[in-house]
Design a protein around this ligand. Structure first.
Ligand code: KG4
Ligand code: ZN
Length: 339
């Protein structure tokens, strides 16, 4: 019997995306319409503009995903969609489209947690990857350590108390006058700077604490920039970027390795938009090698928001019989929870 065809839809923030998967891990198409240039002039995502853009993009993106996959809508066996976390109006566009399609095609609907989707991007990039493992999820809105015990069994070890890592990258970049999104800009600038130049603080460093806090670090960078300005000293922006990034990475690596030790897992899986950071990836890889553990991270295109990862997560949910009904609604504050 041929494996199921899943149509997946993602519209939680500033990317409108649709994908078609055969089975859980074979991506036939993954179309991503990014809105980054639209939001850039505002220095961040404007929710109302994001919703409007999703409305314009959603049907063309779905049509393209279907035709690129070489299938027809009538061949689709199930529809998976992100229902949270994210921007309410943005999520609603994808959820409404998915519900309408599932109803008209008379196929099951699967509501997917966006953060679980980020983790599952790794199953697409690494066909032999299986639970158990520890996943470090670092995105624009979330920073979490998750013990993935099975395809449908997770335990949240800790998450950020305030800013997410990506959010800190974006805010620090903004005050340095770099365009949105700031993560890739800091990544690029940091390559020219000295990561040891400035000593920024690391929060919650006590052993066995898997919570994160990046707002103090963000304020420390802002204070540093302001005090230099007051003193009339020109700052070396590359050094600031490199030192800030180095602080974030050291915190992430330290906690991820502790989590690996505590759980007894021998695989560390990086996920989320910040996984695209070249230094984070390289240093986690080196740390994993030193500790004799396997390290996985998704292909670049699967790091940031995309529907293929939602389709993969949806497929495994459906395997366990976990479907949604047509009352599915957007849940902007949906958390990563123990499952
Ligand atoms: O996962 P994602 O696409 O959206 C959310 O679900 O939040 O993550 C977007 C975040 C943004 O904060 C962006 O600045 C950050 O990922 N990001 C990076 C890099 N590429 C994207 N941060 C650091 N270095 C990068 N190369
Ligand atoms: Zn995301």
């Amino acid at each position: 019997m041929e494996e199921k065809l899943t149509l997946a839809i993602e519209s939680s923030c500033d990317e409108t995306s649709a994908a078609v998967l055969r089975g859980g891990r074979t991506v036939l198409s993954n179309i991503i319409a990014t809105q980054i240039p639209v939001h850039q002039k505002f220095g961040g995502v404007v929710p109302e503009i994001a919703s409007r853009k999703h409305i314009v993009n959603i049907m063309p993106v779905i049509d393209e995903a279907i035709s690129k996959a070489g299938v027809e809508l009538k061949d689709i066996d199930q529809v998976a969609v992100t229902y949270g976390p994210g921007l309410a109006g943005a999520l609603l566009v994808g959820v409404s489209a998915a519900k309408s399609l599932a109803f008209s095609l008379d196929v099951p609907l699967i509501g997917v947690n966006h953060l679980e989707g980020h983790i599952f991007a790794n199953f697409i990039s690494h066909p032999d990857l299986k639970p158990p493992f520890v996943s470090l999820v670092v995105s624009g809105g979330h920073t979490s350590l998750v013990h993935v015990k099975g395809y449908n069994s997770f335990s949240l070890m800790g998450q950020t108390r305030d800013d997410a890592a990506g959010e800190a990258f974006d805010k620090v970049a903004r005050v340095m006058g770099l365009p949105y999104p700031g993560g890739p800009q800091i990544d690029r600038l940091a390559k020219e700077g000295n990561p040891e130049a400035i000593d920024f603080p690391k929060a919650l460093q006590n052993k066995g604490n898997y919570e994160f806090s990046f707002s103090g670090l963000k304020s420390a960078v802002l204070n540093y920039l302001n005090s230099m300005k007051l003193k009339g000293i020109e700052v070396n922006k590359a050094d600031v970027a490199a030192s800030f990034q180095n602080t974030v990475i050291e915190v992430l690596i330290g906690k991820a390795l502790q989590a690996i030790k505590e759980t007894g897992c021998n695989t560390l899986v990086l996920a989320g938009g910040v996984a695209a950071n070249s230094s984070l990836e390289a240093r986690l890889r080196a740390a994993a090698e030193r500790n004799n553990i396997r390290f996985c991270y998704p292909d670049k295109i699967l790091c940031t928001d995309n529907a293929a990862m939602i389709g993969c997560r949806g497929y495994y949910q459906a395997e366990a019989g976990s479907f949604s009904n047509l009352y599915l609604n957007a849940v902007p504050g949906l958390a990563l929870q123990d499952v």
